[in-house]
Design a protein around this ligand. Structure first.
Ligand code: ATP
Ligand code: CA
Ligand code: CA
Length: 421
């Protein structure tokens, strides 16, 4: 399997940043690993942050290193220690995020890999060699949002072990002497799996500009596809469906209460028949339908194609672990159907009954979670809303206020997942 991203080795422009980050995390984890006391309200104070100097020659607290002197900042380290413990408790048994593992994954001899900036925001993404963690550089405003929501985030992830919101493991900042600050978060990689993820979708529930714009032959497993590229729905066993919808509701209520918008449901698909996933390429999934391509559109109308999808144990998916494969009577019922791209509006607004089944079936395993949850409806997003409203239907653009965002998002998810009857 080809691993995504480029390994950061000596000479890479972010090599020093990576070294600093690894030294910093090693220091932080070591420092806080033995904390046993209760969490106090003061630990959540956004002012609870600590600078540590890392001189090149080393100090009493820090090892010598090969880059220039830098400073390292930990935000609310005690809380994150507890957040990590909470995840570990939920995930029970085998899949704990042990501080030693965490440290090894990020700071071990293996270098990190840099993903070719997948988002528009200009953030950089680094993946640990073991695929378990993603490090994302963030804006100051995003750190602010995270620190502001930290008490309720902590409560939320403690209360709902199946919460789909991003798992954050830490927030830090690196500042080389005379250089710029780089702020970043460490989070769980949703697609850490022994299974190959054949297709990935980043779904917001909005339609304006929500397609990849890549020619079909350039689309592969590393391409992030979007709302308009999705032309099927996932059929789930009833109790799975209920469980999922309930959790999405709770997660969205939480995000709405925190004034967050612009988040996505990130979905990864593994085709159970691996060869099938390769051979069939994109066509059944990405029919370029619409006015500009009536031939494709007609082809579509002659019959929907299906995928049969399996929703795996939620907490394993969330842990990014290999899902259990259960075949037999209690295997969740699954199917994925297609919707026409031009049907997007009805699709998102509940045009029930206009899908029809056909016989083609693919079995897939799903991985998913809610990502990019640190954007509030700030002045830039309000301006974006005003500006884009001039060109497009205001309800179709991504930038809307948190209340509408959440409503639209939930409705969309209610359409792409359907319950088995
Ligand atoms: P923008 O604000 O332009 O949407 P961004 O820079 O804030 O982008 P994200 O939306 O957080 O970036 O992530 C961009 C892409 O990176 C996602 O679509 C997804 O493919 C990948 N990604 C982000 N977070 C995760 C995660 N936790 N696990 C796996 N993949 C992730
Ligand atoms: Ca995003
Ligand atoms: Ca973002």
């Amino acid at each position: 399997i080809k691993k995504p991203g480029q390994t950061i080795s000596k000479g890479h422009k972010n090599y020093d940043l990576m070294l600093n980050l690894q030294l910093g995390i090693r220091y932080s984890v070591g420092k806080h690993a033995s904390i046993l006391r209760e969490l106090k309200p003061g630990d959540f104070d956004p002012k609870e942050k600590f600078w540590t100097r890392f001189p090149a020659e080393g100090s009493k607290l820090t090892p010598p290193h090969q880059s220039i002197e830098f400073r390292w900042k930990d935000y609310c380290p005690v809380v994150f220690r507890y957040v990590v413990l909470a995840f570990a408790r939920h995930l029970r048994e085998l899949f704990q995020v042990d501080p030693a593992d965490y440290m090894l994954a990020i700071c071990g001899n293996d270098a990190l890999r840099e993903l070719s900036s997948p988002g528009k925001s200009g953030s950089f993404f680094y993946l640990t060699q073991d695929d378990r963690f993603i490090i994302k550089t963030v804006k100051k405003s995003e750190v602010k949002v995270l620190l502001r929501m930290l008490p309720s985030y902590y409560q939320h992830v403690n209360r709902y072990e199946n919460s789909l919101v991003t798992k954050f493991y830490g927030v830090h900042c690196v500042k080389p002497i005379g250089g710029q600050k780089t702020r970043f978060i460490v989070m769980g990689n949703l697609f850490c799996s022994e299974y190959r993820i054949h297709r990935r979708f980043d779904l917001k529930g909005s339609s304006h500009g929500r397609s990849t714009n890549k020619p079909e032959e350039e689309i592969d497993e590393t391409t992030t596809l979007k709302d308009l590229d999705l032309n099927f729905v996932f059929r789930l066993q009833r109790n799975r469906f209920d469980e999922l919808m309930k959790q999405i509701d709770r997660d969205c209520e939480f995000l709405e209460a925190e004034g967050i918008m612009d988040y996505s449901l990130l979905v990864g698909l593994h085709f159970r028949d691996d060869n099938r996933g390769d051979k069939m390429g994109l066509s059944p999934f990405l029919l370029r339908t619409g006015k500009e391509d009536s031939y494709q559109n007609e082809k579509f109308m002659r019959g929907c194609r299906f995928l049969e999808a399996e929703l795996q144990d939620m907490d394993r998916i969330l842990a990014g672990q290999k899902p259990l494969i259960r075949l037999g009577a209690n295997m969740p019922a699954r199917a994925v159907r297609m919707a026409r791209r031009s049907d997007f509006d009805q699709y998102t607004r509940g045009g029930a009954g206009h899908f029809s089944y056909s016989g083609e079936v693919y079995e897939v395993v799903l991985y998913f979670g809610i990502i990019d949850i640190l954007q509030d409806y700030d002045i830039s997003k309000k301006l974006e809303h005003a500006y884009k409203s001039l060109q497009a239907d205001p309800t179709s653009i991504s930038a809307v206020d948190p209340k509408h965002y959440s409503k639209r998002f939930r409705e969309f998810i209610g359409r792409i997942f359907i319950e088995d009857r």
